[in-house]
Ligand binder design. Structure first.
Ligand SMILES: Nc1ncnc2c1ncn2[C@@H]1O[C@H](COP(=O)(O)OP(=O)(O)OP(=O)(O)O)[C@@H](O)[C@H]1O
Length: 229
């Protein structure tokens, strides 16, 4: 099966617990490389080049295909240093440039107005939703093409979740976002395309509206109508 992700927009990966959503997501930036006994099959082309080829630079890959996890993952540094972290890796960047890039990333993540007066305070002092947006800004700062998000709002309260969702909505015209979510309402609210996984297989992928209202497969119909999962 050939599966294409477009250069921008949100694709939601849905399915019952243990259906393989996270396992699939992690293949997209080679997160399984460090795990013993994992075999990845198939071809994963990124701008026409197989990301599993030996010549693909892993650090570059993870900059261009960034990942945001379920738990916010700020480092115990200032907000500024968190976002600047990836920009500083392996090169010297002038402060003026760094300031600009940090601001841009925080604006894109929808956090700038809330933190612009306290960039030097510890990111761990922020709320969960703010910490998650710091995590998103940190990934955005390295100028990725793709953001992989593994249940990015499931550890947050409903209000913080909505704020993070809104940030993702603002990013979808510029980036390719691929998001694992347990929350079908969330998938329906924010994604243009949805993929349904079950028992380690991709069952069906299509426009979100079609997957929810008019799926091809009975398995998908049963899941979206709440008959299992
Ligand atoms: N295609 C597959 N091949 C081999 N193992 C798989 C496959 N899909 C899933 N698994 C195994 O099933 C387990 C659950 O998978 P995974 O965590 O990806 O599911 P999930 O849909 O993300 O679940 P949850 O929604 O609970 O986070 C993992 O241990 C994984 O190794």
């Amino acid at each position: 099966m050939i599966w294409i992700f477009y250069s921008h927009g949100i694709t939601a990966l849905i399915g019952p617990s243990g259906s393989g959503k996270t396992t699939y997501l992690r293949t997209l930036n080679r997160m399984h490389d460090m795990t013993a006994n994992v075999k990845v099959e198939g071809e994963f082309l990124f701008h026409g080049k197989d990301i599993y080829s030996d010549s693909f630079d892993l650090v570059d890959l993870r900059k261009r295909i960034g990942m945001v996890f379920q738990q916010p993952t700020p480092f115990p540094f200032s907000i500024y240093e968190n976002v600047a972290f990836g920009l500083r890796l392996g090169k010297k960047v002038p402060k003026r440039v760094l300031d600009q890039e940090v601001e841009t990333a925080l604006r894109q993540a929808g956090l700038w107005d809330e933190v612009k007066d306290r960039l030097n305070t510890n990111a761990l002092g922020l709320s969960g939703g703010q910490q998650q947006r710091v995590s998103i800004a940190r990934v955005l700062a390295t100028k990725p093409d793709i953001l992989l998000l593994d249940e990015p709002t499931s550890a947050l309260d409903p209000i913080s979740s909505r704020v993070v969702e809104n940030s993702l909505l603002n990013l979808r015209d510029r980036y390719c976002l691929i998001i694992v979510t347990h929350n079908m309402q969330q998938a329906a609210r924010i994604s243009q395309r949805t993929a349904f996984f079950n028992e380690g297989r991709l069952v069906e992928i299509g426009k979100t509206r079609d997957i929810f209202l008019n799926p091809v497969e009975k398995e998908t119909q049963d899941y979206v109508s709440g008959r299992f999962g």
